[in-house]
Write a new protein. Sequence first.
Length: 148
Amino acid sequence: GTESPAEQYEVMNALAVKGLESGRYLHVHTTFCGTRNDPSLCGRVDGISEELLTPEAFIAGTLWGMAAELYEMFLKMPHGHVEALVISGNAVRKNTALRQMLKEVFDMEVRMPAHKEEAAFGAALFSSMAAGCADRIAISECICYSDI
């Protein structure tokens, strides 16, 4: 092909949104590399039919499978009342369909840090606190979220 990967990513985003809006997509189990509990698991695709054998149904189904897999892990974690899901990374930053699926699957508000390079930003904040340059309140005031 002649298109760059960035252009293909936008094509995939548009197809994912189309698949999500239609409400008809494949059921993709995204355990392509197994799980921590069972590394031998393989991914699979269910619900293949002539009408759903489309790029938008596959892409939307894959993103839905990713959101469902994350939700299953969340349910296994000990936690109290959770008001919002904080998401980070380019997979969610650049993919509106995935953000919408996470919001639906988790059934809660979704927040994304306004700053990019979240891991580096967090490391800098932690270092400031560890060095005694800032306390938890000052650090928490450094974290801002963008509207999704």
